[in-house]
Design a protein around this ligand. Structure first.
Ligand code: NZQ
Ligand code: ZN
Length: 394
């Protein structure tokens, strides 16, 4: 087990109707002037935004609002949020939505609290470092990205269609309100895409070069089994409260750091995917499903035993002597699961067309920062490797 820090400061408020208490929690964390930040309309249509406003008013908290966050949140709206917040003296940002809204809120949070940083995008480019972030609260509407407890923020710059992430503990939300009933209105595709993302947050940490992890691996395998069971149940019956609750909690545990304790994450599939959602504006989880199998086939020989263990523990695959065969069976089992929840397992299935050689090269070029970076820790991948995986996945 490697040395690690485990820091999850987010207060979780889980269960039915808790969104009606949001004003109290904002108050507890010192918020006096709030920016309510939300997406393209689902939270307005469901009446959630009205409930949030009512609760803030009851607690005597003033607010301004900014909706319109798109999936794969755009930098331009973050600039708009920073301007609006500064003009109105906002001291607390309330994200009502999923990963895209929360990540946009984090971008705004950095922008209003680090006056020495002229352009918040420089954080995402790695040119600047934040010293703080304005406090963020979350009312979660979709179980997927895990941003409600993570320090990550992933943003797309429309200028060049580049999607980049920035991570610090400063942006970990102060609280996250999670009412599984709020997720009942999710379209099937988002349930499935979110489920893949949650599982991928486990797998990215599970495939680590660190050989000796016991409790961390057991926790990971338990969350994966729980996800497989309950994503199916949620698709069968969208109003299955218990299934929704299990998934929602899995989403946070998968990405708050717990399943990475003692190891070092791989994250190559995420980097490969971020180029897909940056360029083609697809759902992040669906993009992950489209590349994971190809990544896995490309790298499994680094440690086929770990793939075999996953197969045995999560899919109940019977142990066989040929560990390579077992690893391949595991990869197939994961892909079959993705298929069973109507997720794509190739870029062709993701986009409904085959991408050209030129597009493959552009993706590899972007993902490697023009050949300037490698990705992955289970197996380090350079630009040529990225190209090969995109070719396998296309
Ligand atoms: O915009 P609205 O109308 O709200 O619709 C959203 C959106 O179209 C809809 N939706 C959300 N809650 C709903 C709902 N529709 C009906 N009922 C509800 N209750 O779902 C769609 C997707 O929303 P989005 O926020 O984009 O989903 P998700 O949570 O999957 O977030 C994806 C983003 O998070 C990033 C991804 O790259 C992507 O940009 N990630 C962030 C991470 C982090 N900050 O730690 C880690 C992840 O790996 C990921 O990269
Ligand atoms: Zn993800």
């Amino acid at each position: 087990m490697m040395n690690f820090n485990y820091y999850t400061p987010t207060k979780v408020i889980f269960g039915k109707n808790e969104e009606n208490n949001v004003g109290k929690f904002v108050s507890d964390f010192g918020g006096k002037k709030v920016l309510i930040h939300y997406g393209g309309g689902s939270a307005v249509r469901s009446g959630l935004i009205d409930k949030v406003k009512k609760s803030l008013e009851e607690s005597g908290i003033e607010y301004v609002e900014l909706g319109g966050v798109k999936p794969n949140p755009r930098l331009s709206l973050i600039y708009e949020g920073i301007k609006l917040s500064k003009e109105n003296g906002v001291d607390f940002i309330l994200a009502v939505g999923g990963g895209s809204v929360i990540d946009s809120a984090k971008g705004i949070g950095y922008g209003i609290s680090n006056p020495e940083i002229k352009d918040v995008w420089d954080l995402y480019l790695g040119k600047e470092k934040a010293n703080t972030c304005a406090p963020i609260g979350v009312v979660l509407t979709i179980a997927a990205a895990g941003s409600e407890m993570s320090g990550g923020s992933v943003v797309t710059n429309e200028d060049g269609q580049v999607k980049r992430s920035y991570n610090t503990d400063y942006s970990r939300p102060k609280f996250a309100i999670m009412n599984p009933e709020i997720t009942y209105t999710l379209p099937e595709y988002q349930i499935s895409s979110g489920s893949v993302d949650i599982m991928m947050h486990i797998l990215e940490r599970y495939f680590t070069p660190e050989p000796n992890l016991e409790v961390t691996d057991e926790i990971s395998e338990g969350i994966l089994r729980t996800m497989i069971k309950n994503s199916r149940l949620s698709l069968e019956n969208p109003k299955n409260y218990d299934a929704r609750a299990e998934i929602m909690w899995c989403g946070s545990l998968a990405h708050n750091g717990l399943t990475g304790c003692g190891g070092i994450g791989d994250w190559a599939s995420h980097q490969l995917e971020h180029e897909l959602s940056g360029v083609y504006d697809v759902a992040h989880g669906a993009g992950l499903a489209a590349v994971w199998g190809s990544w896995a086939r490309y790298v499994y020989k680094e440690n086929p035993n770990k793939f075999a263990r996953l197969g045995e523990k999560v899919f109940g695959i019977e142990k066989i002597e040929n560990v390579d065969n077992m690893a391949i069976k595991t990869i197939e089992a994961m892909e079959n699961f993705f298929r069973s929840i109507k997720m794509p397992i190739s870029i062709k299935e993701l986009l409904d067309r085959e991408i050209t050689n030129e597009e493959v090269l552009i993706l590899a070029e972007k993902c490697s920062n023009n050949g300037q970076r490698t990705i992955g820790s289970f197996k380090k991948l350079d630009k040529e490797d990225m190209k090969n995986i995109y070719l396998m996945a296309r």
